[in-house]
Ligand binder design. Structure first.
Ligand SMILES: [Fe+2]
Ligand SMILES: [Fe+2]
Length: 178
């Protein structure tokens, strides 16, 4: 029996967990009165939620079972303002591995439509790992002098400026992407 639909269901939970983690990071920066960093992570949280619902839509379209799993509580306490971005980068790297494994599983099981569906997610991960490592470098440097430099960077670049093209090609999300 095909493992792929089940494995894809598990990814729904991981995307929601990523979303919750980004909300928690947004709240942390809000408390630190770093409004741009807060806004950035609140926005990332919405994107992760959209990823979960893109997978839901794919499973619905393919007539597979859909389960919406509960998620573990995110981390909410951080040693310093650099730690949340380091955690976020770690999380994005882990998700990249998970998506790659899912794509390989789809291929092994001859589910080429499933594999093709994941190609967008692979591109998205490439973009997210790249932009999160840039943000980590910026926040690290800013932490040595003034964190408002990181705020300025986000205000100037929107950190995710290269995303517009990718977003236009995004698979449909159940209920519509937010
Ligand atoms: Fe995601
Ligand atoms: Fe992500």
């Amino acid at each position: 029996m095909a493992r792929f639909p089940e494995a894809l269901n598990e990814q729904i939970g991981r995307e929601f967990a990523a979303s919750q983690q980004y909300v928690a990071i947004g709240v942390y920066y809000d408390r630190e009165t770093l409004a741009q960093l807060a806004a950035h992570f609140y926005r990332q949280a919405v994107e992760e939620r959209n990823h979960a619902l893109m997978i839901v839509q794919f499973l619905l379209d393919a007539d597979y079972d859909v389960r919406i799993p509960g998620v573990e509580a995110p981390r909410t306490d951080f040693a310093d303002p650099v730690a949340p971005v380091a955690l976020a980068l770690e999380q994005e790297r882990r998700v990249t591995e998970q998506i790659s494994e899912l794509a390989a599983l789809a291929r092994n099981e001859g589910d080429l439509i499933g594999e093709q569906f994941l190609h967008w997610f692979l591109q998205e991960q490439r973009e997210e790992v790249a932009s999160m490592s840039q943000l980590l470098a910026v926040v690290r440097r800013a932490a040595e002098s003034n964190l408002l430099l990181a705020e300025e960077y986000l205000a100037r670049t929107g950190a995710g400026a290269g995303e517009a093209g990718l977003e236009a090609m995004a698979p449909p999300a159940a209920g519509g992407a937010l």
